[in-house]
Design a protein around this ligand. Sequence first.
Ligand code: MG
Ligand code: ZN
Length: 383
Amino acid sequence: MRTKFGLFFLMLTIGVQVFAQDQYLKAKSDSIEKIYEAKDIYPVKSFSQKFKTQKPKNIILLIGDGMGVSQVFAGLTANKGHLFLENFKHIGFSKTQSANGYITDSAAGGTALASGHKTNNGAIGVDADGKPVKSILEEAEAKGLATGLVSSSAITHATPASFISHQDGRSMYEEIATDFLKTDIDVFIGGGIDHFSKRKDGRNLMEELKSKGYQVETDIMEISKVKKGKLAGLTAPVHNGRVAERGDMLPVATKTALNILDNNKKGFFLMVEGSMIDWGGHASSTRYIVEEMLDFDKVIGEALEFAEKDGETLIIVTADHETGGMAITGGNMQKGVVIGSFPTTDHTAVMVPVFSYGPGAQEFTGIMENTDITVKMRKLLIE
Ligand code: MG
Ligand code: ZN
């Protein structure tokens, strides 16, 4: 009996220790995700607030998917007090509710920003009745302006897709890829090779893009060498990796797109998405959010470099919705430490910030519907 009990207690003790070890590892990995501690910081600079015109010739729309005020402030703290975003002197808030949801998804949020129409969650480039609605990118194209889309996720994912595709469901990736060929978009860079070339219908859209005159590249180094003509840059089978894996793909892709689009003397419309600020929110990971937020701020820096020199470019930075209900419950500005806390792993209903810089920026202040952003952009660029 005694040995049996002895064995039982021995097993119990080992069990408790294994459990404790597990808890310890979990707590450790939780803290890796919950707490961000700055390693390298980058310098930010001030840009001129003087512009050549009243009305913009070009619009750059930068969408931080899932980027609320906390995500911005987490990035600002992590970079020890400064972001490129501080160059934006006109600030407003956008109400993100969709046609059928107090809480929007990225498809309805993207469609609202692209077309000025509220639609149902999951819908891409169609209104709440399923009718296709023109995006500002398509209108810019029709007007003879150059157009571009850049994303860290697959280029067929909901946010970029909303600017070029018209489908009932956001997961119709192959149909969305086909829609790229129905347009004259000049530049698109993002993941999604599989949706173009490993398809149920057997079509190889990468070959079709080549015969339409596109330079089709899959390596960001090669992509960055393209200076003119049409460019399809597909940098991953589906989505690109996190910053540690993809490096400066998004800022480099942005700079490349701006150089190419600038060849059109009539002007251009470019949308760039920092897709994974949202994914960090879904993962309740402060570290993931901060890494993606800082990468997105470097994209903002590239846009500012271009716009300052050009003097006729309006930049708008906003989000489709907030993700995670992120709160910042601790941190240290001098050390670049941020501690985040998350009540949900989903999107939230809260208003998101709208930052603008350049001719026309003063139009984008106050509290507005997400669809008002498009109405204002349309007035400045299309009408
Ligand atoms: Mg997105
Ligand atoms: Zn999301």
